[in-house]
Design a protein. Structure first.
Lengths: 257, 197
């Protein structure tokens, strides 16, 4: 046996509630992130990611509370991203029960933040979230901000190489072209990022069919993150694991029936 | 009572809750005497070897671990809390550890590091910790490990090369993975450890 592929559902949270509705009949409160996290844990999620999209300080405080409650009930790794600007922000989240944090905009604005976090807590807590799209840059991929609407003026592969040198422990690669399309992950982008990095790579954006998950793994992804296909019950986590297991990928707790 | 040793290391709250699922009272403290007298002591740990070792020695945790071993009181190291029990670590320089076992913690030779995620182990049929969960996967997050067997009973795992995933050696045990983050299998391992207290 070898290291299993990780399947990671992502929940967008604002002011303590899950947004982008979740469509499961067996939930008492589909907007409660703690209950959603717990359900995904029972369904076989290998990790969970919360993306805090709160706009206010009060909203971020509420997120700490959500992290606390989740970490007390769900005994799998929890990554939290969104709004992290400083080493102290990271410290608060880890103390609340997060195992990893993901940073994005703040690292683009001040890359030294990567080294500061890695030096204090170790690279293993730090996920670099890269929102990238196809563009006429050196590599053909550029980093975007504001949910993919604006160019950050940075080549995506150059940014990944720099961030790895500064000490990120993992890369979450979001294709802004594929995001929400359910037309498949951007395979070319995954292949290109894999070629310039040796930290684990999480593919995100575009998951639709079961074949899409396998294609991202073939391109070099170590883990697969998805939101809407899980939230709307297009696929259950067990379906993805059963499919991958049936195609000789190593997965944890694949359903046998 | 179980003590989770607080020496400035990361996410202790979820470790506390995971060990509480065993039904025991679990206290997070850095108090030497409370930790010495606990039925079971858990030494967690995240971050770099040297920083972790410094945090441990600052609260005389190295003496604490040795004293508990000599008194045959159960002690469990987790992740970097396992690594610092060895004689030596070579992460960012050459550093001394507690020295329970004579081995060096070295970087894994693997194409992708950290070794991050769920992996199986090669559990020995005689293992108490892995009883009933021999075939399960556990959550690992590390780039460094010991690459040989030590102590009474070693459990190996593989990432790029074979490495030490767990040790059971009399009163002291250790896991390179995080049982508190390994779902139901991790909670079962914790129950196995607690049943031996």
């Amino acid at each position: 046996m070898s290291l299993s592929v990780r399947i990671i559902p992502c929940l967008d949270v604002t002011d303590g509630r899950v947004v982008k509705g979740v469509n499961f009949a067996d939930l008492v409160d589909a907007g409660d992130p703690v209950e959603m996290a717990s359900l995904y844990g029972r369904e076989g999620a290998d990790e969970l990611t919360f993306l805090d999209i709160s706009a206010s300080v009060a909203g971020r405080e509420t997120t700490l509370d959500v992290v606390r409650k989740t970490a007390e009930q769900v005994f799998i790794p929890l990554t939290v991203g969104g709004g992290i600007r400083t080493v102290d922000d990271v410290d608060r989240l880890l103390r609340a029960g997060a195992d990893k944090v993901s940073i994005n905009t703040a690292a683009l604005a001040r890359p030294e933040l990567i080294a500061e976090i890695a030096d204090r807590f170790g690279s293993q807590v730090l996920v670099l979230s890269v929102d990238a799209r196809r563009a006429r840059t050196d590599s053909g991929f550029e980093v975007t901000t504001h949910g993919g609407r604006e160019s950050a003026g940075v080549d995506a592969l150059a940014w990944v190489e720099k961030a790895c040198a500064l000490g990120v422990g993992e890369i979450l690669l979001n294709s802004m072209d594929a995001d929400g399309t359910r037309a498949g992950y951007d395979i070319g982008m995954i292949t290109a990022v894999r070629a310039v990095s040796r930290v684990p790579l999480i593919a995100s954006g575009g998951a639709g069919s079961l074949e899409d998950f396998a294609a991202a793994l073939d391109a070099g992804a170590d883990a697969l993150l998805a939101a809407s296909v899980f939230h709307f019950g297009v696929h259950r986590i067990g379906d993805v694991k059963k499919y991958l297991s049936g195609h000789n990928y190593s997965v944890r707790n694949a359903p046998t029936s | 009572m179980i003590v989770i040793l607080d020496y400035g290391s990361g996410n202790l709250r979820s470790a506390q809750r995971a060990f509480e699922t065993s039904g025991r009272q679990v206290v997070i403290t850095s108090d030497y005497d409370v930790a010495l007298n606990a039925d079971g002591l858990v030494v967690p740990g995240v971050g770099a070897f040297a920083a972790c070792m410094k945090g441990l020695t600052d609260i005389r945790g190295d003496h604490l671990v040795r004293e508990r071993i000599s008194l045959k009181r159960p002690t469990l190291g987790i992740c970097v809390g396992m690594q610092i029990l060895f004689a030596r670590g070579v992460e960012h320089g050459d550093h001394k550890g507690v020295g329970v076992w004579d081995a060096t913690v070295e970087e894994l030779d693997a194409p992708i590091l950290p070794h991050m995620g769920w992996n199986t182990v090669q559990a020995d049929p005689a293992s108490h910790l892995f009883k009933g969960i021999e075939q399960e996967s556990f959550y690992f997050v590390h780039s460094y490990a010991v690459k040989k067997k030590v102590g009474a009973l070693s459990t190996m795992a593989h990432h790029g090369e074979d490495f030490l995933a767990a040790v059971e050696d009399g009163a002291i045990a250790a896991t390179q993975f995080h049982p508190e983050k390994s779902g139901d299998a991790g909670l079962a391992l914790i129950r196995n450890w607690v049943s031996g207290l």
